[in-house]
Write a protein that binds this ligand. Structure first.
Ligand SMILES: NC(=O)c1ccc[n+]([C@@H]2O[C@H](COP(=O)([O-])OP(=O)(O)OC[C@H]3O[C@@H](n4cnc5c(N)ncnc54)[C@H](O)[C@@H]3O)[C@@H](O)[C@H]2O)c1
Length: 452
């Protein structure tokens, strides 16, 4: 009971709206009840701090170390922990490779990595080599070599890697997954998805606050503009595919009875970032002279071994409301997120859409039914609670996570493959089989349960 009191105290202090620790309610017979996972966080920028908030709300986690090269971020993290009544963790960040000293600590079971993309694979690899259960932010890897590095290191060490794709835990996505598993759509045929998010004000800021108006990036920028924008400058590729493709890949059992086979990609011209710079910084601003290589709308079509197609869109440099543009289509009907509509032959009125609301409520996922109320304050509408919950519960048991090293590699491979296809006028690119043939026999993760 004291842990429950502690938890309530922490909830009140942090005030994010979470009102209950999952470990308290996972049933008396849970042999892992009471076990604490010692967690370290590498990178406590905006995303890492969000993860810190969520793990601090659990009574089955001890944060033993944090690492960031920005002392301002370390201070924010330490203040949060202090307010939550937690013991001060060991602090690292004296140089870009100080995280390796953190990884030597015995008092760490699991590591959450939320750093800029070019650090992801290096850090995840080192973390697995150090025997830590590793959680890695999205996208996991930038090149094909890095994709293989994740898989090879996992196989070589036996250490687990979870790609922390929170959109896989979105309420509507999990309800549709439930419908897929219950065969409501019938045999699956086609998917659409993507990352369609106007990030101009994230990629460009004033160097003082993450969303501050301004047109700087790189050394003069702050938060994501310090590193993300460079990818738009130098790469004509879908550099952020996993929010879209992750949920679709899970629905059609990629790497578990199915796999991505090939991809073609096309890029529109890129004018969005330039126009934004001219509008807010003037045409004489030095950044207005830059040529951003990335096309504003990048469209990739993936073919799977089981004959489905998946259209993945990357659209982040033009004015537009946010949408991941999901569509899940099978022999019996389809869900479209844009328009919030569902059509199921024989159930819906002929040639007429149903509003998706009733369907999604009917097939609400057991996890959301159980924890939805408590998850709401955890970030991104609640899905951040579930992704961290799955990570901690898997780490506690040291079992394979729901979204593993093979998923991290296959989903992230869209970046280098789209780049190669665009460079070669849409030439098809083959996906490597990261599972080395195991996809044929690997069983799908048991998604429809109310634990993790
Ligand atoms: N899943 C989601 O919804 C979601 C949302 C936002 C960001 N992200 C991902 O999270 C990651 C971080 O994004 P962010 O928005 O927090 O960016 P950020 O720039 O705010 O934070 C990154 C942090 O990493 C630190 N860092 C950089 N190099 C380091 C090193 N060598 N050692 C230790 N610390 C280092 C920086 O100082 C910074 O504090 C990215 O991969 C991004 O794609 C995911």
């Amino acid at each position: 009971m004291s842990s429950r009191r502690d938890f309530i105290k922490k909830s009140a202090i942090i005030g994010t709206g979470l009102a209950m620790s999952p470990s308290l309610s996972f049933g008396g017979s849970d042999p892992y009840k009471g076990k604490k996972v010692k967690v370290a966080l590498i990178g406590v920028g905006l995303r890492g701090t969000n993860h810190l908030n969520n793990v601090l709300l659990r009574d089955d986690v001890l944060v033993t170390a944090i690492c960031d090269i920005d002392p301002r971020r370390i201070k924010i993290a330490l203040d949060l922990m202090d307010k939550a009544g937690e013991k001060k963790p060991k602090v690292f960040g004296k140089g870009e490779f100080d995280y390796r000293n953190l990884l030597e600590m015995k008092e760490i079971d699991a590591v959450i990595i939320s750093t800029p993309w070019l650090w992801h694979t290096k850090m995840a690899k080192d973390s697995m080599l150090a025997g830590k259960y590793t959680g890695l932010e999205v996208s996991a890897a930038n090149t094909m070599e890095e994709c293989w590095d994740l898989v090879n290191t996992h196989e070589q060490t036996g250490s687990h890697l979870m790609i922390l794709e929170n959109v896989n835990y979105r309420r509507d996505v999990l309800a549709v997954l439930n419908m897929v598993k219950q065969n409501v759509f019938g045999e699956l045929v086609h998917f659409r998805c993507g990352y369609q998010h106007d990030l101009r004000f994230v990629k460009l800021n004033d160097g003082k606050s993450a969303y501050g108006k301004g047109v700087e990036f790189g050394e003069k920028g702050i938060s994501e503009s310090a590193w993300r924008t460079q990818h738009s400058l130098l790469r004509n590729a879908d550099v952020y595919p996993t929010h879209g493709v992750g949920p679709m890949a899970t629905m059609c059992d990629v790497n578990r009875g199915n796999r991505f086979m090939s991809l073609t990609s096309h890029a529109s011209k890129g004018i969005g970032l330039h126009n934004y710079i001219v509008k807010h910084g003037g045409k004489e601003h030095p950044n207005a002279k830059l040529k951003f290589k990335q096309g504003d709308v990048i469209t990739s079509t993936i073919e799977t071994a089981n004959g489905e197609t998946i259209i993945v869109t990357h659209d982040c440099n033009l004015p537009r409301p946010y949408s991941l543009g999901f569509r899940v289509q099978g022999a019996n009907g389809l869900w479209e997120k844009d328009g919030d509509r569902i059509y199921i032959e024989g159930k819906s009125k002929s040639h007429r859409w149903d509003a998706s609301k009733e369907w999604l409520e009917k097939y609400d996922h057991p996890l959301w039914k159980k924890y939805g109320e408590h998850a709401q304050g955890a970030g991104h509408g609640g899905m951040d609670f579930f992704v961290i919950n799955a990570f901690i519960e898997s780490a506690k048991r040291n079992i394979a996570p729901p979204l593993d090293a093979y998923d991290a590699a296959a989903w992230s491979a869209i970046t280098p493959l789209s780049e190669a296809s665009i460079e070669n006028n849409g030439e098809p690119q083959d996906f490597p089989d990261f599972t080395r043939g195991m996809w044929v026999k690997r069983k799908p993760y048991h998604w429809i349960k109310d634990t993790y």
